[in-house]
Every structure is written in C-alpha cells, then in structure tokens.
Design a binder for this molecule. Structure first.
Ligand code: SF4
Ligand code: SF4
Length: 392
C-alpha cells in the first residue's frame, strides 16, 4: 500500500474505504460479510474509513467491527456532521455524541461538515457557534481534524476553502469530472493552500466501469497496456500528487484486492501523455452518448441569475447515462441545497452565456429541456422543504 500524508504529517493510505453501502441481506447490513471485507482491507494496509451520520446503519456497523477486532486505534475514522438537520446550537453536540456512541470511540480523526454547499451555509453554522465548538473539541482531542465534503462548482469550492482554516476536504473527482464539480481547478487550489483532498466518486458511482459505451470499451481494448476500467480510473487519480486519498465503496474481496494491488503499484506523475490521451478519448466516447455536449469548461459562467449551467447539464446528462434518481440527486445537490437556488428555472433567457460557449450549445434551449426533466414535483417539494425548514 502507498501512503500520503495529511496536514500534520500522519500517513493515510491512498485507498480509503467508503462505508456508505455495505452489502445488505434481507434489508439489513450483512455484518459478517462487511467484517470480512473491512478486515481484508485493514490487513492490506487501508487505514482510512469514511462514513456519515446519514448513511443507514453505517456508523454503527463500522463501530461494531472495529471494536470486535480491536483495531479502532490502528485506523482513522472519517465521519460527517449532518449540519443541514441542525437548527439550534446544542444539536451539534447531540449529533456528535450519538456518532461517538455508534462508532464506539471517544474521538473522530477526520470530522466533516457533510455536503457543505456554500459560504452562506457555513456562515449559518458559524452563527450557531460551530467555530467555538470545533476549537473546544480539538482542544479536548475529541476531534483531530476538521474538513468538509463538497458537491458543487469550483468557484464556490474555492470560496469555501478560503472561509476557514480547514485541515482537509472531500470532493467528487474522476476523469469525467476534471472540469465539473470542484474539478482540477478546485483540487489544485486546495493543494496550493496545503489542504489535503480526499476523493469520492472516483468511478462516478460505477458509471466508469458499468455499461460503458461500446466505443469506450474498444479504446481500452485496443490500448497496448491491458487494465480494467476501474484500474485506469484509479491510476489517473493517484497520478496526481494533489490527491491524498481515494475512497472506494468496496463490497467484494476481489474488488478490494484489485484496488489494493493498484494502490500498491502506482507512482505519482507516471502517467504518460499517451495514457492521458487514452482517457480523453474514453471520456469523449462517454460524452458522445450525452444529451448535451457540455465539457464543463465554465466559459459561460457566471450567470447573472446564478444558474449553474454546467452543473445542470452534468445532471441532465446523467439522467440518460445513469438513470433518473442519480440525476435528480445530483441536480438537487448542485442547485437546491444552498441558500440561493442555482436552478435552471432561474434563467431569464438573457442569452449572455451563449456567445462564450466553445461548444456552441444553445444554452437557453437546452436549459429549458433540462428543467423539464429535472425540476419534477419531487424536486420542487424538496426545495420547499429546504425553504420551510430553513435547512440551508
Ligand atoms: S441565458 Fe439564462 S443561463 Fe444564460 S446567462 Fe442568461 S439567465 Fe443565465
Ligand atoms: S461554456 Fe458551454 S461547454 Fe462550457 S460549461 Fe458552459 S455550456 Fe458547458
């Protein structure tokens, strides 16, 4: 296993265990299977385990396994505060205490604000006394390091990076999201501030492995070096020195072994130009199946009405590549889970964006279509709930 260091010089395995989806049997987590998998990863050198308050039964399952095998102090736990559920200052402590109990520990190594979407939301937490709470927890040793996980665009990500003295952060990143989400720009910005970056969605929820278009598979097959699509995706990430740890939701021993093997072999900056070109061709083949040929370059931004144009198109494309629910979830996270909506329906059709688009996309027309597909009643209800309960 290869390791990289966090802000304070601690060694983190470059492969982290994403505990969001342990295998279920009859509607419950199969704890024997989860234990075997966690222990396989642990014995192979994986020392970073990522969970969250809202992942069903995940914290409690992880806590049980770590305690039973007496490995709590040999690994690092990352978990997340569901700040969007918090209305009063004392709720912060309540959630945290419950998390410690579930995880059967007295401290959290890496504690994240879950899905922090904008600076306004962070300011809301500041008004509830989060800064004082964090410093008290850090002083007592109950929290070792503070970070945030993020879905959204690179501009807001950079603003969030500057909004506090973070110890680390977590972003969605893969060879398809080089120019969307926080993107390479966000990754490099965080690294320039000496903030380690943990990567989630390295395979875009499995999309870079399952049901790849024929043309993408052909590109891999005809390349001189034979690697699985997953291995290519991981190698592309680990090639970048700014990437500290890549999370993978591994739910088979074979998958763990394959990822561990790759994580033990890779070196920074070993990718050749030819290999970069290969992944660009694969990305192009995947994009060619997309509804809108948006590359996420962001030349059309900012929109005076705050529409997240590339975010909308990314979710719209996912509607056709990864299914309705994935797209709705992504669109909701990108446009609704924030104080000021960045939904396609904010568009007033001023046309300012279109002259900047190198792909000559008819942005106004495509936004209308995307809005029709993505702003369904469920989205609107969700947005109303956010407003009523002042979640963001
Ligand atoms: S046309 Fe719509 S999306 Fe484009 S800049 Fe104007 S308001 Fe924004
Ligand atoms: S300029 Fe065009 S390709 Fe680039 S992000 Fe905007 S819509 Fe997408």
């Amino acid at each position: 296993m290869n390791y990289r260091t966090d802000k304070y010089g601690n060694k983190i395995s470059i492969l982290g265990y994403g505990c969001m989806r342990f295998t279920q049997s009859a509607g419950k987590i199969n704890i024997e299977k989860a234990e075997k998998e966690i222990m396989e990863a642990y014995n192979s050198g994986v020392n970073y385990y990522d969970t969250a308050y809202v992942y069903p039964d995940s914290e409690a399952t992880l806590g049980k396994i770590l305690e039973k095998n007496q490995i709590r102090d040999k690994i690092k736990i990352a978990t997340k505060l569901p700040h969007y559920l918090i209305k009063k200052s004392d709720s912060i402590e309540k959630y945290f205490a419950e998390q410690l109990k579930r995880l059967r520990t007295d401290h959290i190594d890496y504690y994240l604000m879950h899905m922090l979407t904008d600076v306004k939301t962070w300011n809301k937490l500041k008004n509830l006394g989060i800064i004082e709470w964090i410093s008290e927890k850090k002083k007592s040793g109950a929290i070792k390091q503070i970070g945030f996980s993020y879905h959204g665009n690179s501009e807001m990500f950079c603003e969030l990076i500057d909004a506090y003295d973070w110890d680390f952060c977590q972003i969605q990143y893969n060879y398809m999201d080089e120019n969307s989400q926080a993107g390479k720009k966000g990754l490099q910005y965080a690294a320039s501030k000496n903030i380690p970056v943990v990567i989630m969605e390295p395979l875009r929820g499995g999309r870079l492995v399952n049901n790849l278009p024929k043309e993408a598979n052909e590109e891999f097959e005809k390349y001189e070096i034979k690697r699985s699509p997953a291995e290519w995706a991981f190698r592309w990430l680990w090639n970048q020195p700014e990437v500290t740890c890549v999370l993978s939701g591994m739910n088979s021993i074979e998958m763990i072994r394959e990822n561990v093997k790759t994580a033990s072999e890779v070196q920074v900056n070993e990718f050749t130009e030819k290999e970069e070109e290969l992944l660009k061709r694969v990305a192009k083949a995947i994009n060619s199946k997309m509804k809108v040929a948006c590359t996420g370059c962001r030349y059309c931004m900012p929109c005076p009405q705050h529409v997240d144009i590339p975010g909308t198109f990314a979710a719209y494309n996912r509607r056709y590549s990864d299914g309705k629910m994935t797209a709705l979830k992504e669109y909701f996270m990108c446009t609704a889970m924030r104080k000021d909506s960045s939904a396609a329906s904010n568009c007033i059709e001023c046309g300012k964006c279109e002259s900047h688009c190198p792909q000559h996309i008819e942005i106004r027309k495509e936004l209308k279509k995307a809005r029709k597909e993505l702003e369904k009643p469920l989205y609107k209800i969700g947005r109303k709930i956010i407003k009523w309960f002042k979640i963001y």
